[in-house]
Design a protein around this ligand. Structure first.
Ligand SMILES: Nc1ncnc2c1ncn2[C@@H]1O[C@H](COP(=O)(O)OP(=O)(O)O)[C@@H](O)[C@H]1O
Ligand SMILES: [Mg+2]
Length: 281
């Protein structure tokens, strides 16, 4: 049966406070056939009012599609993700909120082909990840994904400049003028010969952003990118990330436990009981 036919029309109610007055608002939306409870809605509210199949005809291009995605690390533990549905459009900045252990990193690892889903479909930048062998997965990660981590993950034995050279070298497109340009764009030129260990957290994360984006991947996955930074440095790093991705139309999925950090995103979801719930901004 075509997927569209089993999507059910439903409604969702939530409380909205407007000018100090609390009101219950009900919005129509479509509920996934894979949802194990009615909270497991797909798509953020601005587009979930339409049937999913109409999105394609309206020219909306999804770059990440998760369908009925489930992940269980072992038979002896409960599933971390259960029938998760998500559609991310090209150039969209998505934030995933959730308590520690809710599965945020797991979801990013699946999208970045660092782990394999137990079941379901996952299509990223035109690749059906379930169909790729190990070599293809490695190439996919190198070419299509930029990773940003909470603890920066820079190579400590390489200078800032060599950390930036690495993704281009691995993709066999060395380009020192691009490295130089990237250093200048991120105001890192004066740090180019320094080693990560001699940099502040904010500087290391700026280098990590530069490295994640230097090979111009279509998708950047940021896992708690501001988790180790103070408030003003977090703001600086997020604003920088936002301006860098806007310049190239890059799509970002950012996991965070910070409501404040999530506010910068175009769409916000909460990961709860293995499913995503759209949040109202
Ligand atoms: N490699 C792994 N092997 C087994 N269990 C794991 C592994 N990675 C994560 N988990 C478990 O999956 C759950 C979700 O973890 P994680 O995705 O890291 O959550 P979050 O990033 O939201 O804190 C946790 O219970 C964690 O212990
Ligand atoms: Mg995590």
């Amino acid at each position: 049966m075509p997927r569209a036919e089993v999507w059910k029309k439903g409604t969702r109610s939530y409380e909205r406070v407007k000018q100090g007055v609390k009101r219950e608002v009900t919005v129509p939306l479509y509920v996934s056939p894979y949802a194990h409870n009615r909270n497991c809605i797909t798509f953020h509210v601005s587009i979930c009012k339409q049937r999913p199949q109409t999105l394609a005809t309206k020219g909306v291009t999804g770059i990440i599609t998760c369908e009925a995605l489930s992940m269980r690390y072992s038979e002896h533990t409960s599933p971390v993700l259960q029938g998760l549905e998500l559609q991310v459009n090209r150039g969209e900045f998505v934030a995933i909120l959730g308590r520690s252990g809710s599965g945020k990193s797991t979801l990013l690892k699946l999208i970045g082909a660092m782990e394999q889903a137990t079941s379901g479909n996952l299509i990223v930048a035109g690749h059906n990840l379930g169909e790729l062998d190990e070599t293809a997965r490695t190439l996919f990660r190198r070419r299509k994904i930029g990773f940003v981590f909470q603890n920066y993950n820079l190579l400590s034995s390489l200078t800032v400049r060599d950390n930036l050279r690495l993704p281009l070298a691995l993709n066999r497109v060395p380009d020192d003028s691009r490295v130089q340009q990237q250093l200048e764009t991120l105001n890192l030129g004066h740090l180019r010969d320094r080693y990560p260990g001699s940099l502040s957290g904010g500087e290391q994360q700026r280098v990590a952003l530069a490295r994640a984006l230097i090979h111009r991947p279509p998708v950047v996955l940021a896992d708690e990118p501001t988790g180790n930074l103070d408030r003003s440095t977090s703001e600086e790093v997020l604003t920088l990330l936002q301006s860098l991705i806007r310049a190239h139309g890059t799509t970002v999925v950012m996991a965070t436990h910070s409501q404040e950090a999530a506010r910068i995103a175009d769409s916000i979801y909460a990961l709860d009981e293995g499913c995503l719930v759209a949040q109202h901004q």
